[in-house]
Design a binder for this molecule. Structure first.
Ligand code: OMP
Length: 306
């Protein structure tokens, strides 16, 4: 799956992942909730909105990231919208990253992996209710909590992104602690690199990637140089304040090695003055194209062409 993501990036020249972190408060007026069945109608609206966003961007980006928390908050109606969204995005050919940040002891991690990557076998048939191409995982349990995901990556050609250096302001509270002369996030990055060594694809990148927040430029640059086979999922551009210059350090000399996520910056583009007069679909597309230009110019400034 890492090869499909890289091929999509090469083909679109757009290393962008559209974050479908859809909230009812983000929806334009035409998606009004039905007072008699509010959660149910919101669930339907989330999917309808996502489908229209997907239709407006699927020819210009390789991937979407769908953060499950936004759907969980609406209970089963939200999870239905989540399931339909990831199925629809995969159907139209996008690489789907389900942002679920899962992990636990090995037996429980296996159940999580079944839900998103591997599936359960019932009556000789495989059922994977939230089948995704990649998921995000938390590496905090160590290898026995990661192994079930690695097994499914191998068996089903899937991928994972493990949290290494997160984008949030207090991410360093634990991640920057020194552990035998290295920062904890550096030690985690070393492990993620090692876990992925037998899952390296055609382009030299592993299906075991790392989440590296765009808001910590120096650390990202260090990680990019140190881990040439680890592909980065980079959140933090736009709404969290990271610029294209901040994210440019996550790429290799060929303009590969990273996919940049933006969620609110794209979903809410229709509310921004620079896209005034556009409906939410046109504004989302325009925001993606602007983001692409921004990234490609920053890469060019570093002498890199995708
Ligand atoms: O794993 C993630 O995707 C993630 C890790 C991280 O360190 N920071 C981070 O913002 N994210 C996710 O990336 C998305 C960022 O959304 P925006 O700030 O709206 O672009 C959200 O879905 C976050 O949950």
């Amino acid at each position: 799956m890492i090869d499909k993501l890289i091929e999509g990036i090469k083909q679109t020249k757009c290393p962008v992942c559209v974050g479908l972190d859809t909230m009812h408060t983000y929806l334009p007026e035409e998606f009004e909730a039905d007072e008699k069945k509010p959660l149910r109608s919101i669930g339907d609206a989330l999917f309808d909105f996502n489908r229209e966003i997907i239709d407006s961007i699927n020819d210009i980006v390789p991937s979407v990231k769908v953060q499950v928390a936004y759907y969980e908050q609406y209970g089963s109606a939200g999870m239905r919208a989540f399931k339909k969204t990831i199925a629809y995005a995969r159907k139209v050919g996008l690489v789907v990253i389900s942002d679920v940040k899962r992990n636990d002891i090995g037996s429980t991690a296996t159940a999580y992996s079944n839900a998103y990557l591997g599936g359960v076998e019932i009556g000789g048939e495989r059922h994977c209710p939230y089948e995704s191409d990649f998921i995000t995982v938390n590496p905090y349990f160590g290898i026995d909590g990661i192994q079930p995901f690695l097994n499914d990556c191998k068996k089903y050609g899937k991928g994972i992104f493990a949290l290494v250096k997160t984008s949030n302001p207090s991410g360093g509270e634990f991640q920057d602690l020194k552990v035998y002369r290295k920062r904890l996030y550096e030690r985690v990055a070393d492990k993620v690199d090692a876990w992925g060594q037998d899952l390296i694809g055609e382009y030299g990148y592993s299906a075991v990637g790392a989440v590296v927040g765009a808001t910590y430029r120096e650390q990202a640059q260090f990680l990019r140089e140190k881990h040439p086979t680890t592909f980065f999922l980079v959140p933090g551009y736009g709404a969290q304040g990271a610029t294209a210059a901040d994210i440019a350090v996550n790429f290799d000399a060929n303009g590969l090695g990273a996919v940049i996520n933006s969620s609110r910056g794209i979903l809410l583009a229709y509310k921004k003055p620079q896209y005034a007069g556009m409906n939410f679909k046109k504004a989302a597309r325009a925001a993606v194209l602007d983001m692409k230009e921004d990234i490609l110019s920053a890469l060019k400034a570093n002498g890199v062409n995708l």
